[in-house]
Design a protein around this ligand. Structure first.
Ligand code: SF4
Length: 187
């Protein structure tokens, strides 16, 4: 199994990519090509730079105040196997995992039967923020989503706590919040 991950960039400290202070990796490669995407430099799978999982863990550990790690992109599920390994190691150290995907959960569950690593990354994800960016439904007001079609989906008890920590501003339409994982095993 590959122990390197091709990334467009990393952000060692972010409060904009999920609840709390988070270490963020932006995966290189994205098949979705959403109109209005803010990260078009991530589209090609050949760009970016390779990091070993151990190097990423070293960088993550530098800040003991980090709540966990966010897997963003690009499309993290294109490199689901090695990102699941990274997420498993962060879980072992007590951190939580937020994963963005341009796929919807239903598509990922369908793909999991055919592509390696997808089920492993879903299993290691606490909070999934799913769906493509839809320019016509863009929102600048909702925390952690770019457009209102995207959903916040808890896939574990840690995901439940992450969901509870996301406070939507008063007076804006809610985005869909789903508790999928608790009591439902993704295997
Ligand atoms: S899924 Fe994200 S990175 Fe990929 S094209 Fe859409 S907005 Fe851009």
């Amino acid at each position: 199994m590959a122990d390197t991950i091709r990334l467009a960039s990393i952000l060692e400290e972010s409060i904009a990519d999920g609840p709390g202070l988070r270490f963020v990796v932006f995966a290189q490669g994205c098949p979705h090509r959403c109109r209005g995407c803010h990260n078009p430099q991530t589209f090609l799978s050949v760009g970016g730079r390779e990091f070993t999982i151990s190097r990423l863990l070293e960088l993550y550990r530098k800040n003991p105040l980090s709540r966990g790690i966010t897997l963003s992109g690009g499309e993290p599920f294109l490199q689901a196997g090695p990102l699941a390994q990274l997420a498993r190691a962060v879980h072992a150290e007590g951190g939580d995992i937020v994963t963005y995907s341009g796929y919807r959960l239903e598509q990922l569950l369908d793909m999991a039967d055919r592509a390696d690593g997808i089920r492993a990354l879903l299993t290691e994800t606490d909070l999934l923020i799913d769906g493509p960016f839809v320019l016509a439904r863009r929102s600048l007001e909702h925390p952690f989503v770019g457009s209102l079609n995207q959903r916040l989906i808890a896939l574990s008890e840690k995901g439940d706590r992450l969901l509870e920590d996301i406070v939507m501003p008063l007076g804006v339409p809610p985005v869909e919040r789903i508790r999928f994982g608790v009591g439902q095993k993704i295997v």
